[in-house]
Design a protein around this ligand. Structure first.
Ligand SMILES: Cc1cc2nc3c(=O)[nH]c(=O)nc-3n(C[C@H](O)[C@H](O)[C@H](O)COP(=O)(O)O)c2cc1C
Length: 360
């Protein structure tokens, strides 16, 4: 079974096949009119107006299973949303998303994208975790929807590629939608295919890579092999615009260049490694490799930018590390710029004929 095999009921009680949404990017969410997250309707409607013509659909499924916060009839709920938030995306019949009477669609969505915790560092995440844990210490072990306004996103082929808990910022939801509308493939890809098709990008859109995607990328970095398992490398995820621009300027100064060596990419992951470990350069390079391939697997483009060593060997670079609270004898290995490609890739050069020798 896949997404398009399921159906839901509209407010009139008629079956609506999800097949009607084939080829679209679809956001499916359980909603409630009296919830702290109800104002999400506003950015959802804005997103719908902006991208509906490009193929975005939003499927609103009211549900009263979380704090009884959707007590109204279908008609009342519809009136509230259209009057208060001017919603124009389809609103379905009030339904259940957990338990014996859950919509079969929801069983499928939760299997495809199980709960992985509330996103760290987002306002409300700790509160939600505390509240749910008090009610059930094992709450996060259950294959459930945890609260109102949990959003699943399907790509144009019907793959459920993302799940956003209600505390995830709506900007992240939008970034994911935009990436899918552009045709980025966010499904897990075959490792060999990723390694062969990854190419460096030197032109990026303005779209930022969402934090949860970067978290996956750096996690892959932390699992790179290291000499004697000593884990010599560290990474700095540069989200801060001022620091990004400063590092770019320092890098340009080392090269005597006037262009932006980060090619307009908004985010950078800097890899450094502890000079006191004999294998530190190899270790850091492997981290860079993991980062590049993990990014590619998640539809994020990247390019290794040189001169991290010179930048972080300088007094200014050392001060930056100090200001970030990083202590130790770290050498810059590489800057990985990341973002969404905007036609900035060159095809792979033909592989040289004497790359591999066999000793048989
Ligand atoms: C150690 C290293 C340093 C690099 N430094 C730069 C750089 O400073 N600027 C840049 O545009 N590309 C840089 N690159 C990217 C290479 O130019 C790129 O990987 C190469 O041309 C092959 O292209 P591909 O990555 O698309 O396969 C670097 C790559 C490596 C591995």
């Amino acid at each position: 079974m896949m997404l398009y095999d399921y159906s839901v009921k509209n407010a009139k009680g008629e079956d609506v096949s999800l097949n009607a949404y084939a080829g679209k990017v679809v956001v499916i969410l359980n909603t409630a009119t009296g919830c702290g997250f109800t104002p999400h309707y506003e950015p959802l409607q804005a997103m719908y107006e902006k991208y509906h013509d490009q193929g975005l659909e939003i499927l609103d499924i009211p549900c009263n299973q979380f704090g009884n916060q959707a007590p109204g009839t279908d008609e009342e709920i519809h009136q509230f949303c259209s009057l208060k938030y001017h919603t124009s995306f389809p609103q379905m019949k009030k339904s259940e998303v957990n338990g014996d009477n859950q919509l079969p669609l929801y069983r499928f969505l939760k299997e495809e994208q199980p709960f992985k915790g509330f996103p760290t560092g987002c306002p409300g995440s700790d509160f939600m975790d505390d509240m749910l844990r008090k009610a059930d210490p094992e709450y996060d072990k259950k294959p459930n929807i945890m609260w109102n306004f949990t959003k699943f996103i399907a790509d144009r082929k019907g793959n459920i590629v993302a799940r956003f808990e209600p505390t995830a910022p709506m900007e992240q939801v939008e970034a994911c939608v935009v990436s899918l509308l552009k045709g980025d493939d966010l499904t897990k890809r075959d490792a060999l295919e990723v390694m062969e098709t990854r190419r460096s990008s030197r032109k990026y859109t303005d779209q930022r890579v969402p934090k949860d995607v970067i978290e996956k990328i750096v996690r892959a970095g932390t699992y790179a092999a290291t000499g004697m398992g000593r884990q010599a490398p560290i990474m700095i995820v540069v989200e801060n615009e001022t620091l990004r621009d400063r590092l770019s300027a320092m890098n340009a100064a080392v090269m005597g260049a006037t262009m932006d060596p980060f090619y307009g990419a908004k985010q950078v992951i800097v890899v450094l490694a502890d000079r006191n470990v004999a294998t530190y350069v190899y270790d850091g390079s492997l981290v860079m490799g993991n980062l590049m391939n993990a990014a590619e697997a998640l539809g994020v483009s990247s390019c290794w930018i040189h001169r991290a060593k010179e930048v972080f060997d300088s007094e200014e670079g050392k001060q930056i590390l100090k200001d970030l609270g990083i202590e130790g004898d770290y050498e810059g290995i590489g800057n990985l710029i990341i973002g969404y490609d905007d036609g900035g890739k060159r095809p792979a050069a033909p592989r040289k004929s004497n790359y591999v020798y066999w000793a048989e």
